[in-house]
Write a protein that binds this ligand. Structure first.
Ligand SMILES: [Zn+2]
Length: 457
């Protein structure tokens, strides 16, 4: 068993047990079921069956800053039957907000009509910056989508990654530190994440790193998180009891970097936690029991189960105390692409309407004005739709045949699609819609079988 389970609905739209891809194919070829949705793959049965299904799955979620892992686990066997990685676009949103701020700034100095000042604009309680809110909303969307097609009994979410309270006064001495209990684990993890998994002094990676006091304890340095970093054994020995300023006398750059990082210290961890908590609270609205897990126990279960560190596998280990088994190794990958823009008129770099793009002709060196095409009449397909298209004869770069592709632009006669990076224009008779554009790009990630050789597939 390699691929994700297939979701099944009854003829009346009631949720049934997910099935295996093999059985799904048989059902389809015998005409007993039809495809309802491609991503996530869902079938609807053509005949009547027993519709009483006890919910037996747990939806486990591991919210991350760039990727959120989802997995559906069969609670009877603690076995993953479906998984997905949701790739966020927080950075893209942040950049767009910055562009907008820049345009607004330039508008302020322009001679425009007088606008009243707007005072006391408070942010409502629970406000999250747009890039983080997007994470909350897309996660909510996917919980809703899965609840519509799978018998989910409960939800488990990793809600806290680092325990800030404990980190404020970490007692890293003694048995706890040396034997690496759960707590020592957490502290190490935070430091690794915070300092980029490398020795701060020489930048070496893939070597055992030791917890290091920036300001040595013998000179009154504290055990607080902000005074801790990671270094390789060599550097740790070399630094000894010297203060950083003296140790890095000739390496001002590194010293500056460390100082800047020290300042950032806890705010990073705090943002991670605030979004995670918001996601946890959001999940309460569905009327299902919601369990919370913490990062350290997730990691412990994953290591106990002998599984590699991947987002979807991490999610499968959330909120459980038993060993997790995998039945799949090819999760769905959904990348947030957004729905394009609501602008009627695109703007140029200076914030003015871009009606025409002016480009230098590389041959003559002269500036040429190229008019941007106006909105064309839309056909049944819109940009971003997944289609199956038939090429009856060879095109310039693409052989004839049947292809799955995404619509680039709708044209008056049909669509333009991208096949292997080439724009191919097609008549609408040769195009069949299979999945409407919904703000995500889908693919499958296959992981190395060797990585999973320890686990029972
Ligand atoms: Zn080093």
């Amino acid at each position: 068993m390699i691929t994700n389970s297939v979701f099944v609905l009854s003829k009346n739209g009631k949720i049934l047990k997910p099935t295996t891809p093999v059985r799904a194919r048989i059902l389809q070829s015998q005409g007993k079921a039809k495809k309802l949705n491609l991503f996530p793959f869902t079938l609807i049965l053509e005949s009547m069956v027993d519709e009483n299904v006890e919910p037996y799955l747990e939806l486990r979620i591991d919210p991350g800053s760039k990727i959120t892992g989802f997995s559906l686990v069969d609670l009877n066997k603690n076995e993953v039957i479906w998984a997905m990685e949701l790739e966020h676009r927080g950075l893209a949103i942040k950049m767009e907000m910055l562009t907008r701020a820049g345009v607004r700034r330039s508008r302020r100095s322009r001679r425009l009509r007088y606008r009243k000042k707007r005072f006391e604009r408070k942010k409502p309680q629970g406000w999250l910056p747009p890039s983080l809110r997007h994470r909350l909303l897309t996660t909510e969307t996917w919980i809703k989508r899965l609840l519509k097609v799978t018998p989910i009994k409960s939800i488990a979410i990793e809600s806290v990654k680092f325990d800030l309270q404990k980190m404020e006064t970490p007692n890293i001495e003694g048995i706890e530190y040396q034997q690496g209990t759960l707590f020592g684990y957490t502290l190490r993890e935070v430091l690794l994440e915070h300092w980029g998994r490398e020795c701060v002094y020489c930048g070496k990676t893939n070597v055992p790193l030791q917890i290091e006091h920036i300001n040595p304890r013998s000179l009154g340095g504290s055990d607080r998180f902000s005074n801790l970093t990671l270094s390789c054994e060599k550097c740790n020995q070399k630094k000894g009891n010297k203060p950083v300023e003296q140790f890095l006398k000739n390496k001002g750059e590194i010293l500056q970097k460390i100082k800047a990082h020290q300042k950032k210290s806890l705010s990073d961890a705090a943002t991670v936690n605030s979004t995670r908590k918001a996601i946890f609270e959001m999940a309460q609205q569905f009327g299902l029991p919601v369990m919370s897990g913490d990062g350290a126990s997730t990691k412990m279960i994953r290591i106990k189960s002998g599984l590699p560190k991947l987002h979807w596998i991490d999610s499968a280990c959330v909120g459980t105390s038993e060993i997790v088994k995998l039945r799949i190794c090819q999760p769905l990958r959904a990348t947030c692409t957004g729905h394009g823009t609501r602008l009627v008129q695109r703007m140029n770099a200076k914030g003015f309407p871009a009606i025409a793009s002016i480009k230098k002709n590389p041959m003559t060196g002269k500036k040429e004005v190229k008019l941007v095409a106006k909105n064309q009449k839309y056909t049944h397909a819109t940009a971003g739709d997944y289609v199956v298209c038939t090429l009856l004869k060879d095109r310039k770069h693409v052989r004839w045949g049947i292809y799955r592709a995404r619509v680039k632009t709708p044209t008056p006669k049909g669509v333009e699609v991208l096949i292997n990076g080439h724009r191919i224009s097609l008549d609408r008779r040769h195009v069949k819609l299979i999945h409407q554009s919904d703000g995500y790009e889908y693919s499958f990630t296959t992981i190395d079988q060797d990585l999973l050789r320890f686990s029972a597939i």
